[in-house]
Design a protein around this ligand. Sequence first.
Ligand code: C5P
Length: 208
Amino acid sequence: MTFIIAIDGPAAAGKGTLSRRIAEEYGLHHLDTGLTYRATARALLDAGLPLDDELVAEGVARDVELAGLDRSVLSQHSVGEAASKIAVMPAVRRALVEAQRAFSVREPGTVLDGRDIGTVVCPDAPVKLYVTASAEVRARRRFDEIVANGVPADFLEILADIVKRDERDMGRADSPLRPAPDAHLLDTSEMSIEAAFQAARMIIDAAR
Ligand code: C5P
């Protein structure tokens, strides 16, 4: 059976960095599933299509190519907002989850990160991590990242945005964000990315 590592958690918790690091360390394929929702949203926006028509959004989701998904072209705030709106639609989720599951069985193994990997996409994954941090810490990290790129940012606006995104991700009826019962919780509020990686490594090595 393919070795699958499922990594879930709220926006800006550090899942992305941690997942890439783990995939590199263990030689596994990595899929950032947030990009599949972002690519769907971006395609709808670019085509001037509505964000509230489930059938239209499902059709676009079915056309998303996993190869070549690139966060740098999908990182805009408007795309993230639109992604979390279409992510409440069951038909969109079914289409994307199908593609994500097909990816998850690639040999020799995979790391998938998102919101529902351990609960819905790969419930049998032998390693599940739920990576979180307080909303304030996540907002601070995002703020520092934006400012480091020379762009002005408003901390309170970023914090409000993160809180709103959490509510939408945790409150939706289909596949809400929550830790799987057998997930290892990793609260990175007071942890460096290196410390989080070391903690994850111990969990992964114990499961291999
Ligand atoms: O992770 P990222 O912020 O790029 O994801 C964008 C949005 O896509 C999230 O706010 C969430 O609503 C949705 N998403 C999801 N399930 C996943 C990954 C992302 O619903 N597995």
